[in-house]
Design a protein around this ligand. Structure first.
Ligand code: MN
Ligand code: MN
Length: 480
């Protein structure tokens, strides 16, 4: 978003501000790079369908780019110097990647923080049962979903069983074209008169999201629950697990299939899990593409559990980030102190990299159009989140927004501002308020989406590319 230059020749300066579509402004070179970046992104989200898979794919990219595990440095006290690249994992779900900058850590970091968990249907701990000659899996949905959207679509099962001896069995069924898929059934319209009168949020109850898992009885004469037992036999034959192993498993049903280009002009991407792998990936890619040694230590966070409030040991409300920053301080200086840590945190700058809503012409009444992000107008900067009078928000300062404006405009980043819907229509939060507690400067900045939290979300390619470009400019910025 660039203010129009004042016309010096005319009698009057043009003081107005307009935000044009990105296709009217982008250079041919940037358009080419946008296509390349979006191809890589599609490859990433096609493989990273859970937070564990996103973590593992990210580690592969980091290691290929010369990043090493910070755990080894911590254990063997291997010092870190400017230009060194490391990552730190938290339980195989949350990940922090760092390029050590020229300035001491006490001067602060530049952080891009996104999340890799996405709304989905989790499998319960004792899930398997049978009814109506079907084997079914009982579920508990994860994150804020509109339940009616998740019935009758092909689902894939991803996750891990961990046996009591610690052996981990990874599962992924439904992504390969030769795999079977799963689904949740819905009522036929012919007999849905009562259901059709219910509010959207009540038509499909939470306990009504059980997944059809099979329909062949076990060929065993005296066996009870033959449909369920046949499933156990198949699972045992393929994975060596038994029913008790569900007790220590993390299994997620996610929409099956790959992301697709959308629109006749291929200008968008339709995919499961844009929120928030689109910001996580573009942030990570920006870190991988840093040129030379950055002035300030660059840090990218790919975190877990954002969709349920950043809770638990792998969520941003835990001490993981602070502990990791402590280790980093210890490894980059010979003078660790709590004061230095506090300075490092409070002097940090952060882009909280999360998605926002795009103005949707199907639902104009839910948006304030002039304060909504528009597809392909660039990466969206969100000054404040929250709901009902900005409650629960981290409201970035005008001073920090001015810095971000300067960084983006200087580096040719197409950007816009956006507020999540009309006042009093609802609202949301991200990880920004948790990081702002340290006193660091934080603003939300990410990609706008249509149909956020739906099984398939829609995003504009230029917005995705400009998120990458914005994160790169921010990480490389020297605060001059
Ligand atoms: Mn999000
Ligand atoms: Mn979300």
């Amino acid at each position: 978003m660039k203010t129009k230059p004042a016309k010096k020749t005319g009698k009057q300066q043009d003081l107005s501000f307009t935000n044009k579509n990105g296709y009217e402004k982008i250079s041919p070179a940037d358009l080419k790079r946008s296509d390349e970046l979006n191809k890589m992104y599609m490859d990433f989200i096609g493989k990273a369908k859970t937070e564990r898979e996103a973590h593992d794919e990210a580690v592969l990219l980091l290691e290929a780019a010369g990043f090493s595990d910070m755990a080894k440095h911590e254990k063997e006290n291997i010092r870190l110097n400017p230009g060194d690249k490391v990552y730190k994992s938290c339980e195989g779900k949350t990940l922090m990647a760092i390029v050590v900058g020229k300035k001491p850590l006490e001067a602060g970091m530049h952080i891009v923080g996104g999340h890799t968990d996405a709304p989905r249907i989790d499998i319960k701990q004792n899930p398997l049962y049978e009814n109506g000659d079907l084997a079914l899996l009982d579920t508990h949905y994860y994150g804020s979903i509109r339940k009616y959207q998740w019935v009758t679509i092909p689902l894939a099962l991803h996750g891990v069983f961990v046996k009591s001896d610690g052996r981990k069995v990874k599962v992924s069924i439904g992504e390969d074209p030769s795999d079977p898929v799963f689904c949740i059934t819905d009522l036929l319209p012919h007999i849905a008169a009562d259901q059709a009168k219910k509010p959207l949020g009540e038509a499909i109850p939470g306990e009504g999201l059980d997944v059809v898992f099979g329909s062949v009885p076990a060929d065993e004469k005296d066996r009870k629950e033959k449909f369920k037992y046949n499933i156990l036999k198949l699972l045992h034959a393929k994975y060596g697990i038994n029913e008790e192993d569900f007790l220590s498993a993390e299994l997620e049903m996610v929409p099956a299939g790959k992301p697709r280009e959308a629109g006749l002009d291929r200008s968008m991407i339709l995919s499961y899990g844009h929120d928030d792998r689109v910001c996580a990936y573009t942030g990570l890619k920006a870190l991988l593409d840093l040129k030379g040694v950055p002035e300030y230590t660059s840090c990218v966070l790919l975190c877990d559990k954002e969709e349920i409030g950043s809770v638990g040991s792998t969520g941003m409300a835990s001490n993981f980030f602070e502990n990791a920053a402590s280790e980093l301080l210890n490894l980059t200086t010979n003078a660790y102190s709590e004061l230095a840590l506090k300075r490092a945190l409070s002097n940090s700058w952060m882009l909280s990299a999360d998605v926002n809503a795009l103005f949707d012409p199907m639902f104009p009444g839910f948006f304030d159009k002039k304060n909504s992000a528009i597809v392909n107008h660039g990466v969206c900067v969100t000054k404040f989140t929250g709901a009902r009078g900005k409650s629960g928000s981290s409201d970035a300062s005008a001073e920090f927004l001015a810095h971000i404006r300067r960084i983006f405009d200087k580096n040719g980043v197409l950007w816009q501002t956006g507020e999540l819907g009309k006042v009093d229509q609802g609202g949301a939060g991200t990880i920004s308020y948790l990081m702002a507690r340290y006193g660091m400067k934080v603003v939300d900045c990410g990609v706008g989406l249509f149909s956020m939290h739906a099984p398939m979300e829609l995003a504009g390619k230029l917005d995705i590319y400009m998120a990458y470009k914005g994160y790169l400019a921010f990480l490389q910025d020297g605060r001059k």
